[in-house]
Design a protein around this ligand. Structure first.
Ligand code: NBG
Length: 834
């Protein structure tokens, strides 16, 4: 007789692989044991013979252990519930160091510190071992990292898809003041935060041609016959939420040759040829394009884009959806957020998958596809909107080009119908540009397909509607929306500024870190003189921390008690580092000429941090010029102790975390209408720096929130800029009519701020006087005037501190948690669990 087994129901073993009984205990003892296991069994060394790197890797893997249970649980819970997934498609994630964030999320910081002490190790030295994964250029990549942090903290189902670049953003060094780029080998000493999954590889095709055929049901079909392919290997990284046991996933793709090498060629001794295919394939994810705001029309870049998007879509359908899922219901299970135009090739790819591989009719496929994508635009510079030459796209992805043509035909028919056959308009709106070369406008494709299109700050979204895509917003006004960027307060307040975090918690209690608007409760403390004193003490401590860091890291000696005036961001003409430099030169000139007494100046150190794209000549000239002026001022006894420039090389997330909390003044001085949002501006305000800024990007919202009296506004507005442009801008006229500007430029041109060498400033000055595309000269006088207001206020310590506290109290809006809530409400139609 058959017996049925009754008794306790066990969870399937694979789901309970980690129970508290086998996971490390949440105490010092448990941590130490796990650490020693990692050191001995994973690193394969005893403590006595371990290197710092061994110890760091063991520490990181120990912390990772504590997150795994949450990761497994989160995945299971989401699969069981059939949650709609946010598929965040981004070519960049500028993650920053992982250890501190993981320790904070899992509430392990104190335990880990104590455990390392018990092992006789210096916790801070180990933390400093980590090389940050610099898989992004600047704001766009950092924003993606902030967003995935917030979604995990809010318990929203999100998979971040991207590229595992073997070399991230280059490491910047200076040689004789000039930028030199060094490869960033972040993987060289091991990468403890990722899990490779070679068995989940996806094949990605390229090249070849298409052909028509009739299928078994007698339907006319098209088939893509590619000519080469590569393997995409996923690596997953953990994205822990803040103390909620939620761990989301980042899935980054690495390229590998389909056939590692040709054994026959190898055996014949032709080693180079034998591995050629491998080298070629692996080049796809070799390096991050070191560009920001200007696309490089490079084939490899398009390969990268298609590679990661195609891998992500296939992977989602195969591994995240249940087997046999009916793809007609895809929009119920996923929404793909296109982070700028880089992943837009995903639109024709989804069409192709549905039609060619899943037998959808064209209209059915379009109906599904257009519900699956939303598009965020991150720029206003026309040259930064990607276009792909038809010749290139057709050669690399012939089937996709056909699909785009068909989509465009259907779309233009709609345009003509709607606007009485307006051909001029149709040409403007077409996805295909005819001149100077026939090319696909990826922003148009994205806008047509997307459910929603958003800009990244109120002004930017308005300009996007009115100036960049006006025809589209006229056709589909409801498609356009705004979500103002935000930053994660976990990394940029709690980790970066522990002193201020403690002070805030003492004042208003816990809870603000996941509900940042609660910072508003700080407002009354601005009037409390003892609180102001403690606030200043925190700032002084942060400056001291920066002083020590720059001393060791860069051999830079920061003067004690200086106002720290900080401009950190990518080097770009529209951001106008040259305007900041002109201001410094102007102060210097005034002292040297005896117009002002050095002792009457508010002592100030101007800190620059900026990488220039390697091919961006003017940006590199500007870097060399800043360094030359820095050296000259530093060597001049007349300004010693009163004025200095510090330009640490290799500005990155790690440096930002020490630099921003130390700043007094935040420089956000782009030409109005050019900076889409900025996010550094938010980080500074949240850390109690006052902003000097133009009416641009998110500065507008910062000023509205913190109040005019706590913000130094200057310069032309966007309409002023447009009017001046229309009238014809002549920088030479500005130079001639502003005595202060003229003196400054003449002084600089005469080599007086560059150690006597006139050539150092020549390129920058020539450009400013002849083109000045971003109107730095036109805003110079206003900027200098605003800096006067800065000095006056800084001299009144209490007033300054009051404003600094109010900046913190009124900047809660700039949490990326709020941004994510806006995306959930306005774009994704998904609700957060918390
Ligand atoms: C950048 C903008 C910034 C903005 C970030 C994040 C690109 C293409 N754009 O102003 O220049 O803050 O995106 O939205 O990198």
């Amino acid at each position: 007789m058959a017996t049925s087994v009754t008794g306790p129901q066990f969870e399937p073993v694979h789901e309970r692989a980690l129970t508290p009984a086998v996971g490390p205990a949440h105490d010092v003892d448990g941590f130490v044991r796990q650490f020693m296991r990692e050191l001995n069994y994973s690193q394969g060394v005893p403590l006595s013979r371990s290197t710092l790197n061994d110890q760091y890797l063991a520490l990181a893997r120990t912390v990772r252990h504590y997150l795994m249970q949450g990761w497994i649980r989160t995945g299971k819970r989401r699969r069981d519930a059939g949650d709609k997934v946010i598929g965040y498609l981004s070519a960049e994630y500028l993650l920053g160091r992982q250890l501190d964030n993981a320790l904070l999320a899992a509430d392990l910081h104190d335990i880990a510190r104590e455990a390392m002490r018990a092992c006789g190790l210096d916790f801070d030295v180990l933390r400093a071992q980590e090389i940050e994964p610099g898989l992004g250029n600047g704001g766009l990549g950092r924003l993606a990292a902030c967003f995935v942090d917030s979604l995990a903290t809010m318990d929203v189902s999100c998979i971040g898809y991207g590229i595992r670049y073997e070399y991230g953003i280059f490491k910047q060094t200076f040689a004789a003041g000039k930028q030199v780029e060094v490869p960033d080998s972040w993987l060289a000493l091991g990468s403890p935060w990722e899990f490779p999954q070679p068995d989940r590889a996806v094949q990605i095709d390229f090249g070849g041609h298409t052909e028509s055929y009739t299928d078994d049901d007698g339907r006319e079909r098209t088939r893509w016959v590619p000519s080469w392919n590569v393997q995409a290997i996923p690596y997953h990284l953990l994205v822990p939420g803040y103390r909620n046991n939620v761990v989301n996933t980042l899935r980054l793709w690495s390229a590998r040759a389909t056939n590692a090498f040709d054994l026959q060629l190898f055996n014949q001794g032709d080693y180079a040829e034998a591995v050629r295919a491998q080298t070629f394939a692996e080049n796809i994810t070799k390096v991050l394009y070191p560009e920001d705001s200007t696309p490089q029309g490079r084939e490899l870049r398009l390969q990268q884009q298609y590679f990661f998007v195609a891998a992500s879509l296939k992977d989602f359908i195969r591994h995240t959806l249940p087997q046999d899922f009916d793809l007609h219901h895809l929009p119920e299970r996923v929404t793909f957020q296109l982070n700028d135009t880089h992943p837009v090739i995903g639109i024709p790819e989804l069409m192709r998958l549905l039609i060619d591989e899943y037998d959808f009719e064209w209209d059915e496929a379009w109906d599904v596809t257009r519900q699956c994508f939303d598009y965020t635009c991150h720029t206003l510079l026309p040259e930064a909107l990607e276009v792909w030459p038809v010749e290139l796209l057709g050669r690399l992805l012939p089937r996709h080009l056909e699909i785009i043509y068909q989509l465009n035909e259907d779309f233009l028919e709609q345009v003509r119908e709607r606007f009485d056959g307006d051909e001029v308009r149709a040409r403007r709106m077409s996805m295909v540009q005819e001149n100077p070369v026939r090319a696909i406008r990826m922003a148009h494709l994205a806008t047509v397909a997307a459910n929603k299109v958003n800009g990244v700050a109120a002004l930017h979204s308005q300009l996007l509607r009115d100036k960049v895509l006006p025809d589209f917003s006229e056709m589909w006004p409801d498609k356009f929306t705004n979500v103002t960027n935000g930053v994660t307060p976990r990394r940029f307040v709690r980790i970066a500024n522990p002193g201020m975090s403690e002070l805030v918690t003492e004042a208003i209690g816990e809870g603000w870190l996941t509900d940042l608007e609660r910072l508003a409760e700080l407002e009354p403390f601005a009037e409390d003189s003892s609180f102001r004193e403690r606030f200043r003490a925190v700032k002084a401590g942060n400056k001291d921390r920066l002083r020590q860091l720059l001393h060791h890291r860069d051999d830079i000696e920061l003067d004690q008690d200086h106002m720290l005036d900080v401009m950190v961001k990518r080097l770009h003409e529209y951001k106008r580092q040259s305007l900041k430099l002109l201001h410094v030169v102007s102060l210097y000139e005034q002292i040297v000429s005896g117009e002002i007494d050095a002792d009457s100046l508010v002592p100030r150190t101007v800190v620059f941090g900026a990488k220039a794209a390697p091919g961006y000549v003017m940006a590199k000239e500007t870097i060399a010029l800043i360094n030359a002026v820095a050296r000259t001022i530093d060597a001049d006894e007349r300004v010693k102790g009163r004025l200095a420039i510090a330009f640490p090389a290799n500005y990155n997330v790690t440096l930002a975390e020490t630099l921003i909390p130390a700043a007094d003044l935040s420089e956000q001085i782009s030409l109005a209408g050019k900076e889409a949002s900025g996010t550094g501006n938010m980080k500074f305000a949240l850390n109690g720096a006052l902003t000097i800024g133009t009416d641009d990007g998110a500065n507008v919202e910062i000023r509205e929130l913190v109040g005019d009296e706590n913000f130094f506004l200057f310069g032309m507005t966007e309409p002023d800029v447009a009017a001046l442009q229309a009238k014809g801008y002549v920088p030479g006229d500005v130079y001639a009519s502003s005595p202060r500007l003229k003196r400054t430029i003449d002084f600089l041109a005469g080599g007086h701020a560059t150690g006597g060498r006139t050539s150092t400033a020549a390129a920058v000055i020539d450009d400013l006087l002849s083109h000045d595309r971003f109107m730095a000269l036109a805003d110079f006088d206003a900027y200098v005037e605003a800096q006067g207001r800065v000095e006056a206020k800084y001299a009144d310590t209490e007033a300054w501190t009051r404003s600094a506290i109010l900046n913190v109290a009124r900047s809660g809006f700039f949490s990326s948690d709020r941004s994510m809530r806006d995306y959930l409400d306005r774009i994704w139609n998904v609700s957060a669990r918390s």
